[in-house]
Design a protein around this ligand. Structure first.
Ligand SMILES: [Mg+2]
Length: 120
């Protein structure tokens, strides 16, 4: 079962994503900020995909992506955020973010993107 790590400081958002992903056949791990996300990535492999918020207390999503890249993981990351700044998007791309999805997401678009990236 493909495994997805969901990182968002809002529990309601993590729950919403779990309610979408688990019935769709994914195993879901969660974390509440970038530090915790890195910890889960480091200890709970294999993880096939990360879906992360950008703005979180502690380590934000973009900083975390920099660390993911630096640490040599090639796990694809989807950024799920209210932010639309082209500068942030460009930086995210540099850090290996493969999809930038603006909240509120559409379930079918998110699932379609996940299946495409994971070649399911
Ligand atoms: Mg947030």
């Amino acid at each position: 079962m493909p495994r997805i790590l969901v990182i968002d400081d809002a529990k309601t958002m993590r729950d919403t994503l779990k309610d979408l992903l688990i019935p769709a056949g994914f195993d879901v791990l969660e974390a509440e900020n970038g530090e915790k996300g890195l910890e889960v990535l480091g200890t709970q492999q294999p993880i096939d995909l990360v879906i992360s918020d950008l703005n979180m207390p502690g380590m934000d999503g973009l900083t975390m992506c920099g660390h993911i890249k630096e640490q040599g993981y090639n796990t694809p990351v989807f950024m799920l955020t209210t932010q639309t700044s082209p500068d942030l998007k460009a930086k995210a791309k540099e850090f290996g973010v493969v999809a930038w999805i603006v909240k509120p997401h559409k379930d079918d678009i998110l699932l379609g993107g996940i299946r495409k990236v994971l070649k399911l």
